[in-house]
Write a protein that binds this ligand. Structure first.
Ligand code: CUO
Length: 672
């Protein structure tokens, strides 16, 4: 008898395989047409025994790209999710999903089914397997997969040794283009999986709107940019430039070499110096869109930022301010309007759909009007978008809008920043007993590719991915509590490079957007001296390693530790927690600040949240975001005149400390 976990895994395995029905479900079809032919026709419904409808779920054809940035695709996902959520218990869900799997787009199916696994009450103990194993073709070039297929087909059936597909840094490009120096980071499996999961937990346009969704859209993407820029500085590249002028050629092209499906339908590519074009892709359910539309929306949003308010549909002013005691912060309102989430935007007709539509315009630079009948580029899929250098340039533009707003807010006062009677005397890190010296390097991870491939062969095929990693380390804090009673505090740890690309120390404003959150946790300080030790693997932004199908089938069942129990897929990969650094050792600054938990804490109103790993990036499912301060505090605002650098924070605030550490990249590989 298969377990609940086993039944879910079977449905997520081999998404491209068409399975025979066992006839247990009564679904009515409009004739026996293929799915593609049915597009635009009457959607299939479940008949007498089921009563549910699949709505528009089949409107995205199988074998084609599915994009969360396209509204009609989101509607299709919502309809499938609604049908799944209405089923009775696990058995009802499995029956419907088994049939739906043959009917709907493969990526849409996995997205919708994964959403339901996270949200359906009876499935709280079930875990999702790695996206890499479900969709190897979204991580490894088709050429390498094809070689494995040829090998599998000529294999002696008694040979059980796995066929290995190797993939790693510099496999898809050369260093001739400077941007390729960071391709290992952009194409990292964990980073791309995280991004897919994040957009699963924070969908646009459906589900219960999570707490501070707009603000977290801003913050999580801003933090990814900070990390990308740290990586760029590590390899001698300057910081990401925003994609601001949409009327000039884009210098950097991108060729993913990946396929959309299992039958070698390739993602669209972008040549160097391509132009963004007006969009005419009604063929995939898009409304016509001009670059001018994007420009109008941008100027209306900047107008709102500088006026200090947005206008809602009734012409009422909605003030934008982060200093609020009730209702939404300005950054949250702005985030919802920029992403944009039509149900949450104060006025989606007026402020438009800037970020999502930008993804789509960029994804179709090579075939904006379907003249070539080409598929969209990787910017259209949240599982692949971060591979393309333009992702960061587009998001830098989006972040620049948010920062324009943030700079209208008053700098934090001394009172807001300080914590009386608590002195953070020393901070540092320890790795393999070495103080303040951390190491990164290459390591390998294997996945079972045959879980997601449809090779018509039983040969085991493994993916061996070479990726960046680091030796684990601990943060050490020496804190004096001058009170006679215990004191609960929030510990906020950030990391940023000390020098800019020219080798000069940065002032507060130049360094401000490079501060990457490393951890945030609470601790109770006893009166007197305290020594706080926090392991790097417990970071508030990261997940433990992903679960493979095999882990979930045969390993100890998840839930044995708190971190495993809280694993839901969303979370920055642990192996990319540190920037790469340089072979000679690159100097970074560790900034630690303690704040009063009494002022930070949030009333959860009795909610017991799940999926509480990586809270700073992913929140807690069905609960409030657990830190009441604006996300990114204290670096989210400009500095007051007395704080010209992060060092001035540390000098003038007893509750803050700054400390230099080095990160050394071991090109020969990492010894953990
Ligand atoms: Cu995550 Cu643009 O929002 O990709």
């Amino acid at each position: 008898m298969a377990t609940d976990q086993g039944k879910v895994l079977r449905l997520l395995e081999k998404p491209y395989e068409t399975q025979r029905s066992d006839g247990t479900l009564d679904i009515e079809f409009p004739g026996e047409l293929g799915v593609t032919e049915r597009v635009g026709g009457t959607p299939p419904t479940i008949g007498a025994r089921g009563g549910a409808q699949l709505g528009q779920a089949t409107s995205v054809p199988r074998g084609k790209a599915f994009s969360l940035f396209i509204e009609s695709h989101r509607r299709a996902a919502k309809d499938l999710i609604d049908a799944f959520m209405k089923t009775d218990g696990l058995q009802g869900l499995v029956e419907l999903a088994t049939r739906a799997k043959n009917l709907v787009n493969e990526s849409l199916f996995v997205y919708a089914f994964s959403y339901v696994v996270l949200h359906k009450k009876d499935l709280h103990s079930v875990r999702l397997p790695s996206l890499v194993e479900m969709f190897p073709n979204k991580f490894v070039p088709q050429e390498d997969i094809m070689k494995a297929q040829i090998e599998a087909n000529r294999r002696d059936p008694n040979d059980t040794a796995p066929i290995v597909i190797e993939y790693g840094p510099e496999f898809a490009s050369t260093n001739i283009k400077p941007e390729h120096r960071v391709s290992y980071w952009r194409e990292d499996y964990g980073i791309n999986s995280h991004h897919w999961h994040w957009h699963l937990v924070y969908p646009v346009g459906f589900g219960e709107a999570p707490d501070r969704k707009g603000e977290l859209f801003f913050y999580m993407h801003q933090q990814m940019l900070a990390r990308y820029d740290m990586e760029r500085l590590s390899v001698g590249l300057n910081r990401t430039e925003k994609l601001e002028n949409w009327r000039v050629p884009v210098p950097d092209g991108y060729f993913s070499k990946l396929t959309v499906n299992n039958t070698s339908r390739a993602w669209g590519t972008r040549q160097d110096n391509s132009m963004l074009m007006d969009l005419r892709r009604e063929d995939i359910g898009l409304e016509p869109l001009d670059i001018t539309d994007l420009e109008i929306w941008r100027s209306r949003i900047f107008d709102a930022i500088h006026q200090g308010y947005m206008n809602d549909r009734n012409g009422e002013k909605v003030p934008l301010s982060d200093n609020v005691t009730s209702g939404k912060r300005g950054i949250d309102i702005l985030g919802d309007a920029v992403e944009a989430d039509r149900r949450l935007s104060v006025n989606s007709l007026y402020y438009g759909d800037l970020h999502n539509q930008g993804h789509i315009v960029i994804a179709f630079t090579h075939d904006n009007d379907n003249a070539h009948k080409e598929e969209m580029g990787v910017m259209g899929d949240s599982a692949t978008a971060m591979r393309d250098p333009i992702f960061y340039r587009w998001h830098k533009f989006i972040d620049d809008m948010f920062q324009e707003y943030k700079l209208t807010q008053q700098p934090y006062t001394l009172e807001e920043l300080s914590l009386p009677n608590v002195v953070l005397e020393r901070v540092g890190v320890l790795s393999k007993e070495q103080p303040d010296a951390l190491t990164t390097g290459w390591t390998v991870r294997e996945f079972e590719a045959f879980r997601g491939l449809d090779f018509n062969s039983n040969a085991p095929v493994n993916l061996r991915l070479t990726h960046i990693d680091h030796s684990p380390f601990d943060y050490h804090l020496q804190v004096k509590n001058q009170l006679q009673t215990p004191k609960q505090v929030t510990v906020r740890i950030f990391l940023a490079p000390k020098f800019n690309v020219r080798g000069l120390e940065m002032n507060f404003m130049e360094q401000r957007l490079l501060w990457a959150e490393m951890d945030k946790f609470t601790v109770t300080l006893k009166p007197g001296m305290n020594h706080v030790v926090q392991p790097s693997k417990d970071s508030s932004i990261t997940n433990p390693d992903e679960y493979t199908f095999r882990d979930l089938e045969t390993g100890p069942q998840p839930g044995t530790s708190r971190r495993e129990f809280n694993f839901c897929g969303c979370g920055w990969p642990q192996h990319v927690l540190l920037p790469r650094g340089t072979p000679g050792g690159m100097i970074f600054q560790l900034f630690v600040m303690l704040t009063d938990l009494e002022k930070d804490k949030v009333d959860q109103q009795g909610n017991t949240g799940r999926c509480a790993n990586a809270v700073s990036f992913c929140g807690i499912l069905d609960s409030k975001f657990p830190d009441g301060r604006p996300m990114g505090f204290p670096f989210d605002r400009r500095n007051a005149p007395q704080f010209q650098s992060a060092a001035a924070f540390a000098e003038q605030l007893d509750n803050a400390n700054l400390h230099d550490i080095t990160i050394t990249f071991l090109a020969s590989g990492l010894q953990k």
